[in-house]
Design a protein around this ligand. Sequence first.
Ligand code: SAM
Length: 246
Amino acid sequence: MRVDVVTIFPEYLAPLDLSLIGRARAAGILDVAVHDLRTWTSDVHRTVDDTPYGGGPGMVMRPEPWGEALDAVASPDGSPGSEPPHLVVPSPAGVPFTQPLAHALAGESRLIFACGRYEGIDQRVLDYAAERMPVTEVSLGDYVLFGGEVAVLVILEAVVRLLPGVLGNADSLVEESHADGLLEAPVYTKPAQWRDLPVPEVLRSGDHGKIARWRRDQSLLRTAGRRPDLLPALPPQALDKRDRAT
Ligand code: SAM
């Protein structure tokens, strides 16, 4: 997968060199380029923002540098029939970021992230891009961040771990929270007794059938207790008779 990030704070993306994302880059699974939006300014102050039309507080990111940046970064890679990249724009007004969206983005060969700052990017940049490539505005949640850079780190963590070869044990992806629409059961490791708290007996029983049933029950109970909104979204076949009894 090729990822381009356009931002006025390239150094905010430094964590993309670390940990499993850094390893995926070193292994050639992921190719990341971070671009400074100010490269595409033409005035001495390298201005990227201006006052909003219609008045109001704050500043808005000007369309010219964004237009030139996206023209340059999105230009076709030259290979015949190459797909246009998918432009992802973090925004509190976007669609909620979810595991299904992470899976959809993990299926793309090229992603471009446009990091907004101030009051956001002039809407015409997105309208223009949408005529040339898929554009998705993505929200991390119902709150407002300073800028899109942290959102890009979050989105990329969720997307990159889904790429084949990134996780050592691909079973982790099947069993974790949101993979099947439920929250994962609680997890434990050694020692079997810590302070006055033992690991649940069933997990030490060696009975794989009982362990699977316990984990399933815990997963259902946790989801019902913490995220009841997830249950109506499950397809009917996701729950069997025993699940319903739990
Ligand atoms: N004026 C905008 C609004 O009310 O919708 C908020 C702008 S915010 C201060 C600046 C930038 O931070 C946004 O352009 C976006 O890139 C990013 N951002 C803020 N909150 C976000 C969220 N919940 N999800 C994703 N990106 C967010």
